[in-house]
Design a protein around this ligand. Structure first.
Ligand code: HEM
Ligand code: MTE
Length: 478
């Protein structure tokens, strides 16, 4: 490194655009990352650090706290920062923006601490039909905002009558309380298996970035009607935007949008929820109000809801336009055009095996083997069957489905098109004789007869989203 030039802070600050080059500093090194900008998985946000230090931004997005990220960065090193300027940077060090995040249960498997992203162990996930909030996966992009319920205000904007401002009490008293059992799944659920096929960029989720809860709140439809939504608005309105109160360093909030027909449909069941499983929504899950968009990807279920906007256009936010989109397996980071794919909304049919775990040992003297898991489909489509194979897909048996806890009556069946909740399934079958290893597979079918693809390669995509290939686990019989 002694052969590299030394730059002053002033010199670095001159490189703040694609035209002048994008330079950043990190721990005393100077990097010209201009060529990396179009390949950055976090999009244009990288430009925020242009001309200065990466550290305060990476403290906010600790997804960068990985060896391979530093390897990428090292390729772009062009020099050293002068010792004097490095010292000044150290003195201006930011405090930890995550210091007020809530406590979490240690059983959760952490994919990223800051922001907090974690999932429960699979074998616990399917022990209860309703996922307790402590065990529910947590997917945060930013620090958890602290919201005072007394001064909380929700803004509803974009309608001809002007903005409507609602307090938490307004939401609870002016609109009927509606309860929906709905499964929430992150688009990155099962990404780690996709990563095994070929490297993808994103948090390494296992199979538990999914959970099922009872959500209660006001219907979005009722709130929009109260704010002045009517036939004239229906002529031009196409999307409803949601903005969270979690803001990044530039003050821009987490945000997304959903189509207006989902928002206004009486059978769409979109909620501005203030309760999860009969209690106030916990801090990690969006206290005091989150949007619940049943049947739609987790990313649209905006937590810590601050603002709703009715619009003719989709949200322009990073998470609507530059993330949560899927491309052809042949598309790589150098070719990706985010305008070429639509934002993910309804999710495809999904299932996974939670018991036994991959790599588990089965006793050869056991007469039977019990396999358990979950199955769910987006868009209100009901899972009608789960097939399980104990021999790598040669023969199949039908698993038993339930919509309640084991030994308890099922929840009443929802009307067609409103199956928002998962089904838990179980199969107990004779242990195949003379096998020393079993490949167990599950696959679900929904009421549109949609099926899961058998392998990952045809659905591989650079961000590792929507992995719904047959789930396979291998167990040893000893
Ligand atoms: C994600 C590299 C700067 C914001 C990522 C990922 C890589 C990366 C490899 C994917 C990580 C993963 O999910 O495994 C870099 C490099 C940078 C840089 C080499 C050097 C200049 C920045 C800056 C910001 C930023 C300055 C913010 C101001 C993000 C965000 C994500 C991301 C928001 C997406 C996280 C998510 O999945 O939600 N970056 N990054 N990055 N980066 Fe950067
Ligand atoms: N809402 C806000 N305001 N900020 C976020 O980071 N993450 C989204 C969504 N809503 C997010 C958000 C994503 S990607 C998912 S998968 C779900 O919240 C996760 O919800 P959970 O943490 O309650 O499981």
């Amino acid at each position: 490194s002694s052969s590299l030039p030394v730059f002053s802070h002033d010199e670095v600050t001159k490189h703040r655009s694609l035209e002048d080059g994008v330079w950043v500093t990190y721990k005393g090194g100077v990097y010209d990352v201009t060529e990396f900008v179009p390949m950055h998985p976090g999009g244009n946000k990288i430009l925020l650090a242009a001309g200065g230090a990466l550290e305060p931004f990476w403290a906010l997005y600790a997804v960068h706290d990985q060896e391979y990220v530093l390897e990428i960065l090292s390729k772009y090193k062009v020099g050293e920062l002068s010792a004097e300027d490095l010292k000044k940077q150290g003195e201006a060090k930011e405090s930890d923006p995550y210091s007020s995040d809530p406590e979490r249960h240690p059983v959760l498997r952490i994919n990223s601490k800051k922001p907090f992203n974690a999932e429960p162990p699979p074998e616990i996930l399917t022990e209860s039909y309703i996922t307790p909030h402590v065990l529910f996966f947590k997917r945060n992009h930013l620090p958890v905002p602290q919201v005072d319920p007394a001064s909380y205000r929700l803004q509803v904007e974009g309608l001809p009558r002007g903005a409507l401002t609602l307090s938490l009490k307004d939401l609870k008293t002016r609109f009927p309380k509606h309860t929906v059992t709905a499964t929430l799944q992150c688009a990155g659920n099962r990404r780690s298996d996709m990563n095994q096929v070929k490297e993808v960029k994103g948090l390494n989720w296992g199979i538990s970035a999914i959970g099922n809860a009872k959500w209660s709140g006001a219907r979005l439809r009722d709130v929009l009607l109260a704010a002045g939504f009517g036939p004239d608005v229906a002529k031009w309105a196409r999307h409803v935007h949601f903005e969270g109160l979690d803001k990044d360093v530039t003050g821009s909030a987490y945000g997304t949008s959903i189509p207006i027909n989902k928002a206004m449909n009486e059978d769409g069941d979109v909620l501005l929820a203030y309760e999860m499983n009969g209690e106030d929504i916990p801090a990690d899950h969006g206290f005091p109000v989150r949007v619940v968009v049943p049947g739609v990807v987790g990313a649209r279920n905006v937590k810590w809801l601050g603002r709703i906007v009715v619009s003719a256009e989709e949200s322009s936010s990073h998470w609507q336009q530059h993330d949560y989109k899927v491309f052809s397996p042949g598309t790589d980071w150098s070719k990706v055009d985010h305008t070429s794919s639509p934002a993910i909304q309804e999710l495809p049919v999904q299932s996974a095996i939670t018991v036994p775990a991959d790599g588990a040992q089965i006793d050869h003297s056991d007469e039977t083997l019990t396999v358990k898991g979950y199955a769910w489909s987006g868009g209100g489509r009901e899972v009608v069957r789960v097939d399980v194979s104990l021999d790598g897909g040669k023969t199949w048996q039908v698993a038993q489905l339930r919509s309640g806890d084991k030994g308890q009556p099922d929840e009443p069946s929802p009307p067609p098109g409103r199956s928002w909740a998962w089904k838990l399934w179980e199969l107990t079958a004779p242990l195949p004789p003379d096998a020393d290893e079993l490949e167990i597979i599950c696959k679900a079918v929904d009421n549109g007869y949609n099926v899961q693809p058998d392998t990952i390669p045809p659905i591989w995509n650079l961000r590792g989203l929507l992995n719904n290939a047959w789930h396979r686990v291998k167990v040893k019989v000893t």
